[in-house]
Design a protein. Structure first.
Length: 66
C-alpha cells in the first residue's frame, strides 16, 4: 500500500454501505501501521532517545530484564 513516500489507501462505497466502507478503511489503515506512525510523529524524539528506546525494547524482549 506504500508507493515511494506517498501512501494510497482507497475504499469503494457499494450499495450505500458507508459503515462497511469505514470499517474496511480502518482495517486497511491499521494493517498499514498508519495509526502507529501518527502516534510516533505526535512529538519529536531525538535520535539518541530513539536508540535508547530500541535498545531497551530489545533487552526486555530477550528476557534478560525479567
Amino acid at each position: 500500500m506504500q508507493t515511494g513516500n506517498k501512501r494510497s489507501v482507497s475504499v469503494e462505497i457499494r450499495n450505500g454501505d458507508v459503515e462497511g466502507a469505514l470499517r474496511l478503511l480502518k482495517r486497511k489503515l491499521k494493517k498499514d501501521n498508519f495509526f502507529r506512525e501518527l502516534q510516533s510523529r505526535e512529538f519529536y524524539l531525538k535520535p539518541s532517545v530513539i536508540k535508547k528506546l530500541k535498545k531497551r525494547r530489545k533487552k526486555t524482549a530477550s528476557g534478560s530484564e525479567l
